[in-house]
Ligand binder design. Sequence first.
Ligand code: ADP
Ligand code: MG
Length: 178
Amino acid sequence: MTGAVLLTARTDSRAQTVRVGRALGALLRPGDVVCLSGDLGAGKTAFASGAGLGWGAVEPVSSPTFVIAHEHHRRADAARLIHIDCYRLESADQADSIGLEDILDGSAAVLIEWPERIGPWLPADALWVRLELPEETSEGAEDARMLTLYSLGPAERWAGRIGDLAAALKEDAHAARD
Ligand code: ADP
Ligand code: MG
């Protein structure tokens, strides 16, 4: 990985990953592309469901079983949030078949699971969220995940907002402790 690491966070439960996703979702704007990378079970969908909550999606963002792309709406405005899971895409060519060009035309915010499958299509200024299990899992810490937020391209699109996100998470943690 190259590019600027904007934030690292450790979560100890699904709920905590949802919470980080929710904080990010609240900051999303049309044209934002968020790439969720990590192995099966890392928590990509958990993070995406949180992002949907924070963004204000009417329907829950969940794992699309057969549909690769799912479009979400909210009450506040006409903005759209598209969640896509590229796991079942065999090749970048197949990306055509799901209308990836339209999905990434900059009019909607987009959350992408298995973004590696559509590498050539991804914008340089996407925000990447890598989710992984810690290398050493101590007993009782099976639910731990390491989250790394970074951008491979110019970080201007994200740096300020991820700073806000870090502050929001800190406040959240204080509130949870009080
Ligand atoms: P992915 O989309 O990456 O395949 P999911 O979000 O569908 O992953 O599933 C993650 C699984 O791991 C869920 O069963 C969830 O309950 C579990 N889990 C345990 N700890 C965490 C954590 N810290 N963050 C996210 N998920 C976690
Ligand atoms: Mg998933």
